[in-house]
Design a binder for this molecule. Structure first.
Ligand SMILES: Cc1ncc(COP(=O)(O)O)c(C=O)c1O
Length: 368
C-alpha cells in the first residue's frame, strides 16, 4: 500500500479517488483578504474552524492576525487545544455532562469562551466551574433573525442579568450567527440590508445590556455571506466567518464568493458509462456530503473541470453526473461541493495542492 506521504510532490492525477483537494494559493489569498476586510471595519477576526478542521489552516489564520478560533463541537475545541491554540470560542450551548466536562478540561488549559443562550443552558457549567473554584467566560447568544439558538433580543437583558448572577461564569460579550443573510440568496442589496439589520440588532442589544450595568467586551457577528455587512455596523467588535477560507458552490450560487476564489474540490473518477446519461463516478454522498444546494435543483455538487455537468444525485459510493456525456470510464473530474464545512467532516485528510501538484497532506482533526 502506498503511504499517504508518498503522494507529496506527485501530480493530482496519481491520487486515489475520491480525494479532497485544497488549493493552497487560493486559501492564502482568502485568508489575507478576510484579514484585510476585518481590519478595514476595525473588528477582530475569530474564524469558525469547522470549515477546515485543519491545524495548518488555523495556523495561517492566526498568523494573518486572527485573535483566536471559533468551534462548534467539543471534539473541535479539544483538537484546537491539542494543536497548541490557546484562545477558543465554543459557540454552542454547553448542555449535557460531556460538554460540561470538555469545557471544564479545556478552560484549565486555554482561554475558553462558551456560548450560552439561557440560564438553563448555563447552569450546569456554572455549577461545575463554581465547585472547581474557577471562572469561565461566557457569551450570550442573541437570535438576530436566523431562528436557531439564541435568546430573543427582547429578553436579552433579563437573560444576561440572570446568567451574570450565576457563580463560576463571567459574561464577557454577546454573539449571533447571521445565517439568514445566506438564506436571502442572490440579491446583494437585500443581503446587505439583512446583514446590517443583524449587526444592528446585536449592537443595540449589547447597548441595552451595558445600560443595565453589565460590562461587555465582545459583540460578535459571524458568517461568510454577512461578512461585508454585519461587522460594518458600529458597535460590532468581532467577526467569525468560516466558509470563506475554502468557499463552496452555495456561496458561488448566491454571489458571495467568486468561483476563482474557491479552494476546495473533490477529485473523482468515472467508473461507468453503461447508463449513457447519467455517468457514474466514485464520489457519492459519502465523499460529497448530502448538504442541500442553493441552486434549488437538489444537486450534490457542481463539476468544475472542462465539460461541466452536475452531480445530480448520489448513492453512498456512487455519484450520478448529468450534463457530462463526453466522459469516458477512467476519466478524472473535479467537483465543487455545495457546502465546504459539511464536506470537510466526511474526510479524514485533505490534499493541499499547488499548481495541481500535492504540496502536503493535512489531517482533518476533531471529527468526532
Ligand atoms: C455560530 C457560528 N458562527 C459562525 C459561523 C460561520 O458562518 P459561515 O460558515 O457562513 O462563514 C457559523 C456557521 O454555521 C456558526 O454556526
Amino acid at each position: 500500500m502506498t503511504a499517504a506521504s508518498d503522494f507529496i510532490g506527485r501530480p493530482i492525477e496519481q491520487l486515489p479517488t475520491p480525494a479532497v483537494l485544497i488549493d493552497v494559493p487560493t486559501v492564502r489569498r482568502n485568508i489575507a483578504r478576510m484579514a484585510d476586510l476585518a481590519q478595514g471595519f476595525g473588528v477582530e477576526l475569530r474564524p469558525h474552524w469547522k470549515t477546515s478542521k485543519s491545524a495548518q489552516i488555523a495556523r495561517m489564520q492566526v498568523d494573518a492576525g486572527a485573535v483566536g478560533l471559533t468551534a462548534a463541537t467539543g471534539a473541535e475545541v479539544e483538537a484546537l487545544v491539542a494543536a497548541g491554540f490557546t484562545d477558543i470560542f465554543w459557540a454552542y450551548p454547553p448542555v449535557g455532562p460531556h460538554r460540561v466536562a470538555t469545557a471544564m478540561r479545556v478552560a484549565q488549559q486555554a482561554r475558553l469562551i462558551v456560548g450560552v443562550d439561557s440560564v438553563a443552558s448555563a447552569a450546569p457549567l456554572s455549577a461545575a466551574a463554581a465547585s472547581a473554584g474557577i471562572e469561565i467566560e461566557a457569551r450570550l447568544e442573541v437570535d438576530s433573525g436566523l431562528g436557531r439558538t439564541g435568546v430573543d433580543p427582547a429578553d436579552a437583558v433579563t437573560a444576561a442579568r440572570a446568567i451574570a448572577a450565576l457563580p463560576g461564569l463571567r459574561v464577557e460579550g454577546v454573539f449571533t450567527h447571521e445565517g439568514q443573510v445566506q438564506g436571502v440568496g442572490a440579491d446583494p442589496e437585500r443581503r446587505t440590508a439583512v446583514g446590517t439589520a443583524a449587526g444592528s440588532v446585536l449592537a443595540e442589544t449589547a447597548a441595552r445590556i451595558r445600560a443595565d450595568g453589565l460590562e461587555l467586551t465582545s459583540v460578535s457577528v459571524g458568517s461568510t455571506a454577512g461578512a461585508r455587512s454585519a461587522p460594518a455596523v458600529p458597535g460590532i467588535t468581532e467577526a467569525r466567518p468560516g466558509t470563506y477560507v475554502y468557499g463552496d458552490e452555495n456561496q458561488v450560487a448566491i454571489g458571495t464568493i467568486d468561483p476563482a476564489d474557491t479552494a476546495m474540490t473533490v477529485l473523482s473518477r468515472v467508473i461507468s458509462t453503461e447508463r449513457g446519461e447519467p455517468v457514474l463516478i466514485d464520489a457519492g454522498i459519502k465523499a460529497m456530503s448530502s448538504d442541500g444546494s442553493m441552486h434549488g435543483d437538489g444537486r450534490f455538487g457542481t463539476v468544475v473541470s472542462p465539460g461541466g455537468g452536475v452531480l445530480a444525485t448520489g448513492h453512498e459510493e456512487h455519484g450520478f453526473i448529468r450534463g457530462s456525456s463526453h466522459l469516458r470510464v477512467g476519466d478524472l473530474i473535479r467537483i465543487r461541493p455545495n457546502h465546504a464545512c459539511g464536506l470537510t467532516n466526511m474526510h479524514s485528510r485533505v490534499f493541499a495542492i499547488e499548481d495541481d501538484v500535492v504540496a502536503d497532506i493535512w489531517p482533518v482533526l476533531g471529527r468526532h
